[in-house]
Design a protein around this ligand. Structure first.
Ligand code: NAD
Length: 360
């Protein structure tokens, strides 16, 4: 049966349009193989939107995104817009998009590819085989809790305050995304908190434990965040899926990602309760190499694979794309950022053509 999906493409700025073109080509090919029809609609965001409309997230863009099955973003930003007032900056457009789509769960995989193992700053025997997914709560916790601010005390001294707060329903909804994610992987979920010190973490731990009865096929464990930070560099292979709050997740997802050592290879997903998810590479718009056919399109292509797996529930299509990426790397094909001795240097477009060949 033919499946039909409407996908909003947000190429954005810098290398965005170059890497997006590769991801679109790859999806079209995999779609033909598996009877999936993708209807792509392109919209403006970031600097490109500022230049065309005067604002970083035009209402039309948000409407198109909301009406689609999934949103694939490349990257936003560049020197040209860095001096604009904050509400007109490209980043404001991205924050507005995340808020507008009510994306509360951020999924960041950190997978060591055997072909790129030497890009890691850790020893081969420590990182070999690492395949972790960090599920981070994105819209609650200490970044949003009230009260927040800098207040004068009775003595006139200033006091800065932020509040780490989670309601049961906020914990449950991120918990469910994490259990579902673990289910699509090796079925092990480690919840990271600081329940030995923080009451909010104790509630987090209690809710995760309660939810576990709904997912008897997933094995739940708990770990304190200080230990998790240590274990990630000591023995990262012990982790499958990690779920944690906004602050701990901010730090641990970067730590886990850097086990791989190569920013041009890292995809991410942000999901809401219903409605379309947002899928994007972790890297930025790389203005230093934009327009030179030097960008690595693989993080963008792997973001498309995440979109197929977690946004459109098409694991077979995701598998095929991920296998094509592995194949081109096995063939020794590399863009400049992941180049090493004895490998073949390709530009962004040529890497796209190699992926299409690998899919065939
Ligand atoms: P960056 O990720 O764009 O670049 C950092 C370095 O990595 C650069 O040397 C760049 O050439 C290289 N690089 C990044 N992606 C690459 C790829 N796919 N292939 C090859 N090399 C790649 O980060 P930055 O330089 O700090 O920021 C540049 C702009 O991107 C800024 O305007 C920033 O605000 C924006 N930014 C956007 C996002 C996003 O869209 N989500 C994220 C981070 C930064």
């Amino acid at each position: 049966m033919t499946q039909h999906y409407r996908i909003t493409l947000l190429p954005g700025d810098g290398i965005g349009p170059e890497i997006m073109a590769v991801a679109v080509k790859v999806m079209q090919v995999v779609g033909q193989h598996l009877n999936l029809i993708f209807e792509f609609q392109e919209a403006l965001i970031g600097g490109a939107a500022i230049d065309a409309t005067g604002e970083p997230l035009p209402a039309k863009t948000l409407d198109l995104c909301k009406s689609s099955d999934a949103v694939l973003l490349a990257a936003i930003g560049g020197y040209k817009w860095d001096t604009l007032p904050r509400h007109l900056r490209p980043e404001t457009g991205l924050l507005g998009l995340r808020a507008g789509l009510e994306l509360f769960a951020n999924l960041r995989p950190a997978k060591i590819l055997p072909q790129l193992i030497d890009a890691s700053s850790l020893k081969r025997e420590v990182v070999e085989g690492v395949d972790i997914m960090v599920v981070r709560e994105l819209t609650g916790g200490i970044y949003f809790g009230q009260p927040k601010g800098v207040f004068a005390t009775e003595t006139g001294e200033k006091r800065g305050v932020n509040t780490m707060a989670y309601t049961e329903s906020e914990i449950d909804r991120i918990g469910r995304v994490a259990f579902e994610t673990a289910r699509k992987r090796r079925k092990q979920l480690c919840s990271v908190d600081k329940a030995n010190v923080l009451e909010v973490s104790q509630l987090w731990r209690d809710r995760l434990t309660a939810l576990a009865s709904e997912y008897p096929d997933v094995e739940l464990s708990h770990m304190y965040v200080d230990n998790a930070a240590m274990q990630l560099v000591r023995n990262p292979r012990q982790f499958d899926t990690i779920v944690t709050g906004n602050l701990f997740g901010d730090i641990l997802s970067d730590e886990a990602a850097m086990l791989t050592g190569s920013i041009g290879m890292l995809p991410s997903a942000s999901l809401g309760a219903s409605g379309p998810g947002l899928f994007e590479p972790v890297h930025g718009s790389a203005p230093d190499i934009a327009g030179q056919d030097k960008a690595n399109p693989l993080a963008q292509v792997l973001s498309a694979a995440m979109m197929l797996r977690y946004g459109l529930n098409q694991p077979e299509a995701a598998d095929r794309i991920e296998q094509a990426v592995m194949k081109v790397l096995d063939e020794g094909k590399r863009t400049g950022d992941i180049m090493s001795d004895g490998m073949t240097l390709l530009g962004c477009q040529a890497m796209g053509e190699a992926l299409v060949q690998a899919l065939d």
